[in-house]
Write a new protein. Structure first.
Length: 405
């Protein structure tokens, strides 16, 4: 299906490009009085049409920021070339004004700002040329109302910027929504998997563990064999721990107790609990939480969420660094930021967080963060990871604010 969709998109692109090329060639060949006297202007027009066409045809094979910049430079050269080759055609000035609109189609912010800046610089130079050098000989339609044309140009650039901002903002929103849907689907799949196999696995493990505990107490076995039994029991405990995580995700929790909790008190309790754990590597948790930050959530699950995230921050931090926990009210939400001074994560690592069995720890299962995502989603919250490799990670959690009467 994905290959079919890609094929359709490329087919649609090439059909569109073919139409654009036909329009450019038609503009060159049909009704062009300059063709009667083949000169350098016509040659330049042919070269610009050829270059622009080649760039558009090659783009699907080179979908990079730099190649898009080459396309914008070629487009600018083409439209400014038309303006100077055919001074009697007033519509070429309209095309110049609309050059940045091409970059909007690529949804590339840097490319749009580059094309907008380039267009302003080139048009300013063009106006200066018309005023001081041409003096209205070739471009009387611009020289006679230079102020009006400048205002029109600035207005069009402002409208293009507004269109870009709105479309780019909407695309970012849709991208965020799509990522949330993907995360929800991952959690749903993990929950269904857990519901299907967890109990079936736990039952035989319990039987095996019971026999091992019984054999461990048997006097006829020597100490080495008993140590082996202890090792096997420990491994079964680890397996049961993983299964418990699965069941936490799978169970519906329909009768969960919803409470209005004071975020400051709850975080203080978690910080007190984990401070001793942080002392192993001389890591200290610094808490800065505003008063009257209340949210509606199950207290046990809130502590489970924050313990998991703070513990991850401690384990990721270097020796002697501090973990900062900041809580404050932002509009209609309570925002909690957990900041560590660890090694940070790459963009691809951040995208995989919350995926079953994906973990950056040597002995991690990846289920802890998956449970965190599940808890946040259950209470209509959001969780965001902001990280730079070598510069630590910030976890931002937001829950709806509730008032206390």
């Amino acid at each position: 299906m994905k290959k079919l969709k890609l094929h359709i998109n490329k087919t649609l692109y090439y059909i569109s490009i073919l139409i654009i090329i036909l329009v450019m060639v038609t503009g060159l060949m049909v009704g062009n009085t300059h063709l009667d006297t083949f000169n350098s202007g016509i040659l330049l027009h042919i070269i610009l049409v050829t270059m622009f066409s080649i760039c558009l045809i090659l783009y699907p094979s080179f979908e990079t920021h730099y190649f898009r910049m080459v396309i914008m430079l070629t487009a600018s050269a083409y439209f400014y070339g038309l303006f100077f080759i055919y001074p009697e055609t007033w519509s070429t000035f309209v095309f110049i004004c609309l050059i940045p609109a091409i970059s909007i189609l690529f949804f590339d912010a840097r490319l749009f700002y580059f094309s907008l800046f380039l267009n302003v610089v080139l048009t300013s130079a063009t106006f200066a040329y018309i005023i001081f050098i041409d003096q209205g000989k070739l471009y009387p339609h611009i020289k006679l109302d230079i102020v009006g044309n400048v205002i029109n140009f600035v207005g069009i650039q402002a409208v293009l910027y507004l269109l870009f901002y709105i479309s780019y903002f909407r695309i970012k929103q849709l991208k965020g929504y799509y990522e949330q849907v993907q995360q929800s689907e991952r959690l749903k799949t993990a929950g269904q998997l857990a519901a299907a196999v967890a109990h079936e696995i736990r039952n035989p493990l319990t039987v095996v563990k019971g026999f091992l505990q019984l054999y461990k107490k048997e006097e006829s076995f020597d100490e080495q064999v008993k140590r082996n039994f202890s090792l096997m029991i420990d491994e079964l405990d680890a397996a049961e721990h993983v299964i418990s995580h699965f069941l936490t995700i799978a169970k519906p929790d329909k009768e969960v107790k919803l409470e209005k909790i004071d975020v400051r008190d709850a975080l203080q309790s978690v910080a007190d609990l984990l401070n001793s754990y942080g002392l192993l590597n001389d890591n200290k948790i610094e808490l800065h939480v505003e008063d009257n930050c209340y949210i509606a959530i199950n207290l046990i699950e809130f502590k489970q969420l924050t313990i998991n995230l703070m513990k991850n921050a401690i384990e990721a931090s270097s020796h002697g660094s501090k973990i900062s926990v900041v809580g404050k009210k932002v509009k209609n939400s309570v925002e909690i930021r957990i900041v560590d001074g660890g090694i940070g994560m790459s963009e691809s690592e951040i995208k995989n967080l919350g995926t079953p069995f994906y973990s950056l720890k040597t002995k991690g299962t990846g289920l802890g963060l998956m449970i965190c995502f599940n808890i946040v989603e259950k209470y209509n919250g959001t969780i965001e990871f902001v990280s730079v490799e070598g510069d630590g990670t910030t976890v931002i959690i937001r829950f709806p604010f509730v008032r206390i009467n």
